[in-house]
Ligand binder design. Sequence first.
Ligand code: PLP
Length: 362
Amino acid sequence: MENLRIPGPTPLPNEVLQAMTKQMINHRGAEFEQILIGVTDKLKQLFQTKGDVFLLTGSGTAGLEAAIVNTLSPEDKVLSVSIGVFGERFATIAQQFGAEVIPLRFEWGKPADADAVRQALQTEPKIKAVLVTHNETSTGITNDLASISSVVKEFNKLLLVDAISGLGSINLPVDDWHCDVTVTASQKGWMAPPGLAMVSVSQEAWQAHSRARMPRFYWDFAQAKSYLEKGQTPWTPAISTVFALSASLEMMLKEGLPNIIARHARVSQATREGIKSLGLSLFAEESYASNTVTAVWSSDGLDAKKLLQILREEHQIVLAGGQQRLDGKIFRIGHLGWVTEDDIKTVISALRVVLPQAGFKG
Ligand SMILES: Cc1ncc(COP(=O)(O)O)c(C=O)c1O
């Protein structure tokens, strides 16, 4: 079996694997109703919200599209705060649906600056919504969402958050930080397989929904809400993934959110220490380095692609490369969901062996 250490999908605990193999049930019957209500209630606890939470059948990007089409109209001005690949994707979706996107880009490898967000909102008062990535998986950086959120709310703007690779692993109190739509996905820290986007919707987001004119059908939050009141989803859900998520959320609540957050902090610290002990350089400064994914410079002669290949073929360890302009320049270690310090020790030990074989002279 491969030791999968990419930033999602993640390995699954046995309880979750077993839950996935259950026989199909009627998605409009009483048994599914009970599971869906239970899953929704558990997600609200882990999102730290009293607002609505919906399951959408699709990957995380579906949730990002849903956030846009449910709250905005063509030609609305939106501020896109982008620090990497996924910040750019969120902006592209808004643009495709006709929003006027005002980009606020930061150097890849750095977090967003809340003062620059304030300046942008001062410069353009017509901005309706701000798009932000909580945890930028492509660079391994967690934004200071609390500070960004307080600026966005100084100006009473809608805050749409891509929390796909952070929520459930890194603290993100959705209500306290006034996130209007918050998006995550089952294959990240939730220890479940891919197939579901999970989204929270605030009261302000509902008000925006009532005015929003972008085309929407499959992702319409109003449909999701009216069906959830009956214990259903509007369209046939990914039932096996819901079974799996139900089992993983049970495990998460048993561990407790503060313990999960602390475990991710410990494991990421161990990852960074391990990387430094090998003579490698971290891509992100530690003060804003992500607790779910660590990006590492491919320096001192290291051929990152060769490194990943040898790790996979000879040690059955799967790490991730860099994306887009970071391709070949960094590699990334995912440490989210079902992960302990021992899993990371295995990765670091293998790296110690493989680095010289992949040209590293550090
Ligand atoms: C921060 C972030 N946003 C968006 C996505 C896209 O999610 P998906 O691949 O599930 O559509 C990912 C997936 O890696 C992500 O990490």
